[in-house]
Write a protein that binds this ligand. Structure first.
Ligand SMILES: [Zn+2]
Length: 239
């Protein structure tokens, strides 16, 4: 082989091997294989007027599922968006070798939030990710908010880890889907957080009350981007 040809060959090898090594490191399947993620698609077709304690031992009762938001333009109910994104995320995580447990797979299923939390507890989930879409009276409001348990009461032991996970997933989500980052919000009033013994976050993936975001949330390609962002964040927290 001529000397210049040998140099050229080496150069090609160097250029192609560097990015390959980098991508292999960012998706280390052995680190995530068999880890358990519970996906909880928010709400249901009919809602659930039953009541449940907001936290263990509490006398404060909350309605199990008051129903979710509705698209201001599309009129699509929130549960449909939540389920579409949840199923896309499930497929992506499973392709990484991650074990996925769904709190529900049908629109007609309407478990309460305590029941949903118990699924995470009984499977000793590494994380429960709750998927919701937001709504506000001001139609201008848009973007994603990541809700995490406040460090009080029963949720105290899971609060710090949940917050850390929430921050990582939120960053990946807004970066991948290109949406406004409305930040992390701590909540002490959510039944699904208060009954959880494992790390839990709730991704509000956009506002159905914002006409533009409503239309985007109805697009399969945008739902896929959201799922991709959530997947990236989840893989990162498991590594
Ligand atoms: Zn919701």
């Amino acid at each position: 082989m001529k000397k210049w040809l040998a140099y050229l060959f080496m150069l090609v090898l160097m250029v192609t091997s560097v990015p390959m090594a980098a991508s292999a490191a960012s998706t280390d399947k052995s680190a995530v294989k068999g880890r358990v993620i519970v996906i909880d698609p928010g709400h249901s077709e009919k809602g659930n007027k039953g009541k449940e304690s907001v936290s263990p031992g509490s006398k404060t009762m909350k309605i199990k599922d008051p129903g979710g938001a509705v698209g201001v333009r599309s009129k699509t109910p929130e549960y449909k968006i939540n389920m579409a994104i949840a199923l896309k995320l499930k497929k992506r995580l499973e392709s990484q070798g991650i074990t996925v447990v769904m709190t529900k797979t049908k629109d007609s299923e309407n478990p309460g939030n305590q029941e949903r939390a118990e699924i995470g507890n009984s499977h000793h989930a590494d994380l429960v990710i709750r998927i919701h879409a937001d709504s506000a009276t001001n139609q201008e409001v848009h973007g994603s908010t990541m809700l995490v348990p406040a460090p009080v009461g029963y949720a105290k032991p899971i609060a710090a880890t949940s917050r850390k996970y929430g921050e990582i997933i939120q960053k990946a989500l807004v970066g991948t889907a290109g949406m406004k980052n409305r930040g992390i919000v701590e909540r002490k009033d959510l039944t699904g957080f208060n009954w959880s013994k494992v790390p839990v976050v709730l991704a509000e993936v956009g506002f159905l009350s914002n006409p533009q975001e409503d239309l985007k949330l109805n697009q399969a390609s945008y739902q896929e981007k959201i799922a991709e962002g959530l997947e990236k964040g989840i893989v990162q927290i498991l590594q």
